[in-house]
Design a protein around this ligand. Structure first.
Ligand code: PLP
Length: 286
């Protein structure tokens, strides 16, 4: 079980890996990232994660000189070195090393970091019983301020919400957008099931276009489960038959309660279970 990191192509044990204190990722949070995981020791949907990484970087005007083949080869090298049965992977691309100033012309970059450690299994009880979530008092960043579609290293919005959730012993904070619609979690997308149909907030409600969210919508289509992308108000969430969050690490995770109020029967519902099962089968078959 090992934790290794690659910094611009140099691999070392993660605790020995070094980035400059003048790196804009450190001084300004000026970078973008992706969280991936492996199934069968292979990165799951590296293609979609790299597409999103490039889209995030493009919004910040950060150029990633390496092509997908080179990034994939470096990740393979890292995974071989770490040699974990399954890995949690973080990719970070910062603008590079600067002078603690807004003089972007003086920055040498980008800095490309990949880190891989053993994937920590999530207790099956969370899938069997569902998790408690809250609707956070912290609103999701407005797309007009810091677009949640960009997976940037500026995670303060998410950190504030997660701290509130942890103080309330909840597993995830759900955040409303500036209009008061429930947009997404701090590190997950939201789905509800209402009268047999799946509903998830649309991308223009100000959310991250989750890889798992997109796959769940694709699987729903294959399974002939009706799905709509539609804004979700708090009363709609509280009155849902089922609700779940999706993310790379948590797959399809049933929600048992929202702010202590029980969702549906309080147990993972049939649509959630069907999608979790379909998602796992899809992931393991790739
Ligand atoms: N929403 C936010 C804010 C996230 O940070 C994440 C993942 O970390 C997600 C949603 C889920 O995205 P994915 O399914 O691509 O992991």
């Amino acid at each position: 079980m090992a934790f290794f990191a690659s910094v611009n192509g140099e691999i070392s044990p993660a605790e020995q890996a070094r980035v400059s204190v003048l790196d804009n990722g450190f001084t300004f949070g000026d970078g973008v990232y992706e969280t991936l995981r492996t199934y069968g020791a292979r990165p799951f949907h590296l293609d979609r994660h790299l597409d999103r990484l490039r889209a995030s970087a493009a919004k910040l005007g950060i150029e990633i000189p390496a092509d997908d083949g080179a990034l994939g080869a470096e990740l393979d090298r890292l995974l071989k070195r770490a040699a974990n049965p399954e890995s949690y992977i973080r990719m970070i691309v910062s603008r590079g090393v600067g002078e603690i100033s807004y003089r972007f012309d003086r920055i040498h970059g980008p800095t490309i970091v990949m880190a891989a450690r053993a994937l920590e299994p999530i207790p099956e009880a969370h899938y069997r019983d569902g998790i408690p979530v809250i609707v956070s008092s912290v609103r999701r960043n407005s797309p007009r301020a810091l677009d949640p579609a960009m997976k940037s290293c500026n995670l303060i919005n998410n950190i504030l919400a997660v701290r509130e959730a942890q103080a309330k012993k909840a597993a995830e904070p759900l955040m409303m957008n500036e209009r008061g619609d429930v947009a997404e979690g701090a590190s997950a997308n939201l789905f509800i099931v209402s009268k047999g149909a799946l509903v998830t907030p649309p991308l223009n409600d100000g959310i991250l276009p989750g890889v798992t969210r997109a796959l769940v919508l694709e699987l729903a289509k294959k399974l002939a489960i009706e799905a709509r992308q539609q804004s979700v108000r708090v009363p709609t969430l509280l009155g849902a038959d089922e609700a779940f969050i999706t993310s790379t690490l948590r797959e399809v995770m049933p929600i048992a309660t929202v702010d202590g109020s029980v969702i549906g029967s309080g147990r993972p519902g049939p649509v959630t279970k069907k999608l979790l099962d379909a998602f796992r089968r899809y992931a393991l078959a790739r």
